[in-house]
Design a binder for this molecule. Structure first.
Ligand code: PBG
Length: 326
């Protein structure tokens, strides 16, 4: 009797055979590593909900950067935690703002590392919202002015990439025009084009100390139930001059990553957010999942979904594990 069926297992017969036909690969160049810079001195606090992630003050930045470079990470994403906050988030755009200080330091001492500046106001505003607040409302166009000032201050400090994340309409157009006018025509914009109002940002709000003091972010971040809205957001950011498109969070939104990859021709960046990190860390600490294998599987799944780059708190570990595998 002659059976007709395909023998898929032929290509899985040994580690060498599997390596030969492997379709997606992770490499150090894929990763962008987030850093939390704390204004003040002698601070190196582990974020309790994100084991292995630290808030660091400037006096600890050199050692942190040496470790990052040693791991082979080529890009960092900077978040600032200012000493004082105000209504308008002044710490985001002053020349002495903590992200500007850290950027100047990194570009002076580690010039080969790309600095991506997260351009937002929520860590710097007393109300914790990403824009200008009037009553319970977050004002769109008034917020753009502050965001443009922030982007210019970051570019002036030496940031290589501006990454606006506050989800006001028109933020890419406004920032592009502002950067160009200030002479920073060469600085690319990595837009948080598709950013959902996600519960997975919980641990980040502890790390960056930027939780909203009233309400939530649902009038500016996207509804997790929506797909067509992601196309609209990406389309307008492309039209406004974005150079990269971010989809955020990662794991629960890999369908959207694939949609964006298939329909736009800019580099697609996935943000593997704090809650995704915290879940794996917690389960691994309990011995419920194997950390190395779950993390590498998740990250290669993001590449398979269409990510060109991954912003992840796992970057150091992932690169170390990839080296071990070689
Ligand atoms: C700022 C910002 C947030 C994150 C990145 N930039 C928080 C938020 O929008 O509430 C979340 C990142 C993470 O969870 O790892 N707007």
């Amino acid at each position: 009797m002659e059976l007709q069926f395909s023998r898929h297992r032929r290509l899985r017969s040994s580690a060498s055979m599997r390596a030969l036909v492997r379709e997606n690969h992770l490499k150090a160049d894929d990763f962008i590593y987030p850093l939390f810079i704390y204004e003040g001195e002698n601070i190196r606090n582990e974020v309790s909900s994100m084991p292995g992630v630290y808030q660091v003050s400037m006096d600890h930045l050199h050692a942190e950067m040496e470790d990052i470079v040693k791991h082979g990470i080529k890009a960092v994403l900077l978040f600032g935690i200012p000493e004082t906050k105000d209504e308008c988030g002044g710490g985001a755009y002053h020349d002495h703002g903590i992200v500007q200080v850290a950027t100047r330091y990194i570009k002076e001492h580690f010039p080969e590392v790309l600095v991506v500046a997260d351009t937002c106001l929520c860590e710097y505003t007393s109300h914790g919202h990403c824009g200008v607040v009037e009553g319970e409302k977050i004002l769109n166009d008034q917020s753009l002015d502050l965001l443009v000032k922030t982007a210019i201050a970051q570019a002036k400090a030496g940031a290589d990439i501006i990454a606006p994340s506050n989800m006001m309409d028109g933020f890419v157009a406004a920032i592009r025009a502002g950067l160009d006018e200030a002479g920073y025509t060469e600085i690319p914009i990595m837009s948080y084009a598709v950013k959902y109002a996600s519960a997975f940002y919980g641990p980040f709000r502890e790390a960056a100390e930027g939780a909203p003091q009233f309400g939530d972010r649902k009038t500016y971040q996207m509804d997790p139930a929506n797909r067509m809205e992601a196309f609209r957001e990406a389309e307008s950011d492309v039209a406004e001059g974005a150079d990269f498109l971010i989809v955020k969070p990662g794991m629960p939104y890999l369908d959207i990553v694939r949609d964006i990859k298939n329909n736009f021709n800019l580099p697609v960046v996935v943000y593997n957010v704090s809650g995704e990190y915290a879940m794996i860390k917690a389960a691994a600490q309990n011995g419920w999942v194997d950390e190395k294998n779950t993390v590498l599987e998740m990250l290669v799944g993001m590449k398979r979904a269409g990510a060109d780059l991954i912003i992840t708190y796992h970057a150091k570990d992932a690169i170390r594990w990839l080296k071990e595998e070689q």
